[in-house]
Design a protein around this ligand. Structure first.
Ligand code: G3P
Ligand code: MG
Length: 250
């Protein structure tokens, strides 16, 4: 297998649940807990600017409603994406992918950018996120790992910027996943921890790929996954798992 430059522990959506997900504040909380690698969800504004948001709609993580991708970046960039979480984070904004890149590069943090297209925008999102990632991380020692549940988004990323590493996200071992991962020249598969077993680890490693897993927040499954030889864990529980080592604390 090719050398793997990414830290084992990856903070989910910045720092998962301790701060508003997919905001710069969440990244800072993860960093304060010692995390040096982060996962986030990236989609496009109406005018094609990549920014961080998990859902297609705004209501769960902002006080706005409606489909985020129908708004321009100038509108989106003024939305409060922190107040829903608690008063501490009121006024925290939706970050652009560019702002997150600047933060990660300045601090030497690794990024797993999940391409999370608004339905219908798969190809354009894959293409634009890959192009922007190549531009923003030009000359960086560790490129961002681009992942997606959507093979069409990964294929668009592959044709736009073939040299950027890709990973196929899987909730189930659905039919065709292995051939898709191979055709997309993925360096990794990122699977829901509920479906990971020793056979999966062995099969993926035998194919020269890494196996990462999400979203592991409890010590018992984390300990088992470490024993099985998993290559990385994406977690919300940055206050429970020490990012510096493979030991899993209760
Ligand atoms: O990338 C791993 C994980 O983030 C995938 O699920 O729904 O949290 O984006 P989700
Ligand atoms: Mg995600």
């Amino acid at each position: 297998m090719a050398p793997w430059p990414y830290p084992f522990w990856i903070a989910h959506r910045g720092a998962g649940k301790l701060a508003p997900e997919n905001t710069l504040a969440a990244f800072r909380v993860g960093a304060a807990h010692g995390y040096r690698a982060f996962e986030c969800d990236v989609k496009l504004s109406a005018d094609g600017v990549p920014f961080l948001l998990h859902d297609a709609t705004l209501q769960r993580t902002t006080r706005e409603r409606g489909i985020a991708s129908q708004r321009s970046w100038s509108e989106l960039s003024r939305i409060d994406a922190g107040g829903w979480h608690g008063r501490t984070y009121a006024g925290e904004t939706l970050p652009s992918f560019e702002a997150i890149s600047a933060y990660c590069r300045r601090n030497g943090f690794a990024l797993n950018a999940e391409i999370k297209p608004t339905p219908g925008d798969e190809v354009e999102t894959g293409r634009v996120v890959a192009r922007e990632a190549a531009r923003l991380w030009a000359g960086a020692p560790v490129p961002p790992l681009l992942s997606s549940f959507r093979p069409d988004a990964l294929a668009a990323a592959q044709s736009a910027e073939p040299s950027l590493p890709r990973a196929l996200l899987l909730e189930t071992w659905r039919s065709g996943w292995f051939d898709e991962a191979q055709a997309l020249a993925c360096v990794a598969v990122v699977a829901d921890h509920a479906i990971v077993d020793t056979e999966a680890v062995a099969r993926i490693h035998a194919a020269g790929m890494r196996l990462l897993t999400y979203t592991v927040n409890d010590p018992a499954p984390a300990r088992r996954l470490v024993e099985w030889g998993i290559d990385g864990i994406i977690t919300d529980a940055v206050d429970r798992f020490s990012a510096g080592e493979l030991t899993v604390f209760d």
